[in-house]
Design a protein around this ligand. Structure first.
Ligand code: CA
Length: 250
């Protein structure tokens, strides 16, 4: 089997978010008015422009029409639930989503992250933590839209797997495979560090931009999804007790 990494001249344009009027716009989709206005107060104090939708269907419409920089999303909503909103927004693109989940509901978090949410905050939340999460997710979105550690024109080919970094597309035996933004970033991060073991904490830091408080399970969920989607072409190996790696070039 051949193992090659080639650089091609292929380059795709990225949209500059700096000049985008929606760059500081946060949409809160939450039917509990006191929670929504509490989050709004702190986010506005931090310099964000905030819109609140108290129904899921209305929230989805605003998210699609106004393209806010980030969506803060409750799960149980009248009209349309948060899972379905996440699914539909992910079908459209990479708009960052932070889910608001009930305390200790691990299933909610896992399902939401698998659907492609970027992060979650448990209710009741500390408003400073909420603002920090919003900043971190937006910073990562900005960086992945502009510059990544891996040059945009990189194409990685490895045993039936082809990763086009600029177009954010992954192919297995020539077939396009749909990955969530975080699955893609995790795969590219590991491919870029071939031969090195990365701990779950390092991966959280590099892919999510900060360390979740003790929740390294997020990484395991994403690796499991990558293995399911890529099948035998998934190059990620588990290093027991440590983390994950992609084997060095042979
Ligand atoms: Ca609710």
């Amino acid at each position: 089997m051949s193992t090659t990494q080639t650089i091609t001249g292929q380059r795709r344009g990225t949209i500059s978010r700096m000049s985008d009027p929606a760059a500081d716009h946060v949409l809160i989709i939450e039917d509990e008015a006191n929670i929504a206005s509490f989050a709004q107060m702190y986010l506005e104090a931090a310099g964000y422009r905030v819109t609140i939708a108290d129904r899921g269907d209305e929230g989805l419409r605003i998210a699609q029409e106004e393209q806010p920089a980030l969506v803060l999303l409750d799960l149980m909503l009248p009209g349309l639930d948060g899972y379905e909103i996440t699914r539909r927004l992910r079908a459209d693109g990479r708009q960052p989503i932070i889910m608001l989940t009930a305390r200790d509901d691990a299933v909610d978090k896992v399902v939401g992250l698998e659907l492609g949410a970027d992060d979650y905050v448990t209710k009741p939340f500390n408003p400073r933590e909420l603002v920090a999460r919003v900043r971190a997710v937006l910073r990562r979105a900005e960086e992945s839209g502009h510059q990544s550690a891996v040059p945009e024109d990189t194409v990685i080919e490895l045993d039936g797997l082809r990763v086009e970094v600029g177009g954010r597309e992954v192919f297995v035996d020539g077939e396009l495979v749909a990955l969530t933004p975080k699955e893609f970033d995790l795969l590219v991060t590991l491919l870029d560090q071939r031969g090195l073991v990365l701990t779950r904490e390092q991966l959280l830091e590099r892919v999510w931009g900060f360390t979740f408080l003790g929740d390294s399970r997020t990484i395991d969920v994403h690796v499991r999804q990558l293995r399911r989607k890529l099948g035998d072409a998934c190059p990620i190996q588990t290093v027991w007790g440590t983390g994950y790696k992609v084997a060095a070039k042979r």
